[in-house]
Ligand binder design. Sequence first.
Ligand code: OGA
Ligand code: MN
Length: 291
Amino acid sequence: MKIDPLHPSFAACVLDIDLSMVTKSSGSQEIIQAFEQYGLLVFPNQSLTSEGQLRFAKLFGELESFPEATMQKDSEKVYNVSNIDASGNIPTVDDIQILNLKGTQLWHTDSSYRHIPALASFLMALELPDSPESGDTEFADMFAAYDSLPDELRTRLKGRHMVHNYEYERIYVEPRLPPIPASEKALVPPVTHPVLRYHPDRDRHSVYITANVGGEIGGLNQDEGKKLHKETINFVTQPRFVYRHQWSLGDLLMWDNRRLLHRVLPYPIDTQRRKMRRTSVSDVAPPQIKL
Ligand code: OGA
Ligand code: MN
């Protein structure tokens, strides 16, 4: 296993490893160590099947289920982040599947709308747009952002919690999406998480904020909350904290959702195929503050 850093504060490319051969006793400990250190690992030239990707992800925690009916899935644990429908075609731009992808274009961290969000996500490129650089994915390092917070902003954020609501995406981001069925809503009621959170495995803090599932900050009125939310998102996603990944087929990316934000950059969604396969594993506890 050979590790090449990709950015001054995080992200590394991992070469000379076949992920289909990794087991608990062979390779996974080195990967966990690199994952904790770099937060984002890029494994090029992988050939994992859906089952292989599930098996690999399972080495790092409990697989997340995606029970929501609006998600495009192979199975309840394999989420296809893709503009290709079940019959293999690109739906029209106002199709639910396409509208639903809009949330991934906003800075976020996976499953933050759950009481226990995702610890790690695994995303494999299966089909990519032809246009160079379109559909790149950006990652921002919230350890570095936290360490650079101006005192004034840090003070305003300290002790604050943000409301993460799966439904927010429907109401504010893409109102053309139909309301979430009551049965689905019952699975994912709004939750709150600390905006400044503690990362127990690294003994560091990160900024935990998303633009796709919320903007309300507890204890502030709507205007003040939205202003603080926007100011924080703008600060923490400055180019100096960001690594931009230009995908090649067969890349598998593994990232730490406790530490990074990410978003996909726009691509010609109505004409060019893009198919990514995502699996995630849950964290072991809700986001914490240091006690
Ligand atoms: C996701 C996601 C980014 C991408 O699956 O949650 O953010 O590049 N995907 O498709
Ligand atoms: Mn995501």
